[in-house]
Write a protein that binds this ligand. Structure first.
Ligand code: PMP
Ligand code: GLN
Length: 379
């Protein structure tokens, strides 16, 4: 058939994880932990399975999970979303992003995103018939240029997609960034899709700035999160989004026929976890800060130049002192010859990205990080 997405191949995450396996390399490419999530969470999953919670969940998510999400949101961002009309549980953040884009973007609408950007946004915009306008963020700060942003706005602008803490740059937005976004979009009916899957992995002293803490933007925003990141269980694929009732109603029309509902026992187990062990997400910044600091220290003797990491479990490394290869070729070489797999940054950008930067995932056991650092220090 004629392809609706002719330019699209296999994702870089699948490619690099496969290459890592082929060459038996330490896999710091695709973002997932090499350790398990909490025992309690596993036990609760087994419990709910044994209790017969094995049939369809309600389309919008099980009530205990939506209630727990509402409590967590109120605690962290000072806003308690309505449990019935504003919270939707989805099959990972990926489904929430897809459902939001599909529900909001009409043929010919323009969507603004910031490059480097996560790989799932653009295909969803294309399939909806939208036109993606990208603003390039420049290293090392990767800050939005608000003048460039204002220049991209047009009467056709329908949606802005942002991501904080940001994959892959590991930078975070401040409340002031949201204030500037609001100033830029307030005159027009523009929606905001805020990808906050790393909301609990933020090292900034101000903590994570959520779109949900901004009263005006919140009225037009969909905030997306993922329990895969929060509970070290990326394979469970349970996420959610929070949006005003009218936007949620549209988004649910898509969700209803994309997946209808999400894995019942996993939802119930996550609800128990949020209820009984809120310290897990409260302590997550410290948990990952310790890993980040250990890895940064272990790499301090290397010829990589490390960029600041304010959030996420990714660290950017500049290899210009080591090699002239472009970043894709360097990552292939690094996997095959050095035994460490990483992600090249240029794949997150539509325009050429001339920088020599790779992304290393530090959601790994200490022994994994130490072994990888030892190899990287030999270059
Ligand atoms: N957004 C970003 C920025 C991500 O990094 C990821 C996954 N790592 C996702 C969305 C997708 O999350 P999920 O696995 O819950 O679908
Ligand atoms: N989000 C993960 C990353 O950035 C990958 C998820 C996936 O493989 N689709 O590495």
């Amino acid at each position: 058939p004629e392809s609706k997405l002719p330019a699209l191949g296999t994702t870089i995450f699948t490619q690099m994880s496969a290459l890592a396996q082929q060459y038996n390399a330490i896999n710091l490419s695709q973002g997932f932990p090499d350790f398990d999530g909490p025992q309690y969470l596993q036990q609760r999953l087994a419990h709910h399975v044994s209790q017969g919670a094995n049939q369809y969940a309600p389309m919008i998510g099980v009530a205990p999970l939506r209630e727990a999400i509402a409590r967590k949101t109120a605690e962290l961002y000072g806003y308690a979303p309505d449990v019935n009309s504003e919270i939707t549980v989805t099959a990972g953040a990926t489904e929430a992003l897809y459902a939001a884009i599909t529900a909001l973007v009409r043929a010919g609408d323009e969507v603004i995103c910031f490059d480097p950007s996560y790989d799932s946004y653009a295909p969803a915009v294309t399939l909806a018939g939208g036109v993606l306008k990208r603003i390039a963020l420049q290293p090392p700060g990767f800050r939005p240029d608000w003048q460039a942003f204002a220049a991209l706005l047009s009467p056709k602008t329908r949606l802005v997609i942002l991501n904080t803490p940001h994959n892959p740059s590991a930078t975070v937005w401040q409340q002031s960034d949201f204030a500037q976004l609001w100033e830029a979009v307030r005159q027009q009916e523009i929606y905001v899709l805020s990808d906050e899957v790393y909301e609990h992995i933020c090292f900034d002293t101000h903590g994570h700035a959520s779109v949900l803490a901004h009263a005006e933007l919140r009225a037009r925003a969909i905030a997306v999160s993922s329990f895969g990141k929060t509970f070290h269980m990326t394979g469970w694929k349970v996420g959610y989004c929070v949006a005003p009732a009218a936007i949620s109603a549209e988004l649910r029309k898509v969700h209803q026929y994309l997946t209808f509902s999400v894995n019942t026992p996993a939802q119930l187990a996550i609800a128990d976890m949020l209820e009984q062990h809120p310290e897990h997400y409260r302590e997550l910044p410290e948990f990952y800060r310790a890993r980040r600091d250990r890895f940064v220290k272990a790499l301090s003797g290397s010829r990589f130049k490390l960029l600041p990491c304010e959030g996420t479990y990714f660290l950017l490394a500049d290899y210009s002192a080591i090699s002239d290869l472009d970043d894709v070729a360097f990552c292939q070489w690094l996997t095959q010859e050095v035994g460490v797999a990483a992600i090249p940054l240029s794949v997150f950008c539509a325009d050429t990205f001339p920088h020599k930067l790779i992304r290393l995932c530090f959601a790994k056991q200490e022994a994994t990080l130490d072994a990888a650092a030892e190899r990287l220090c030999q270059l």
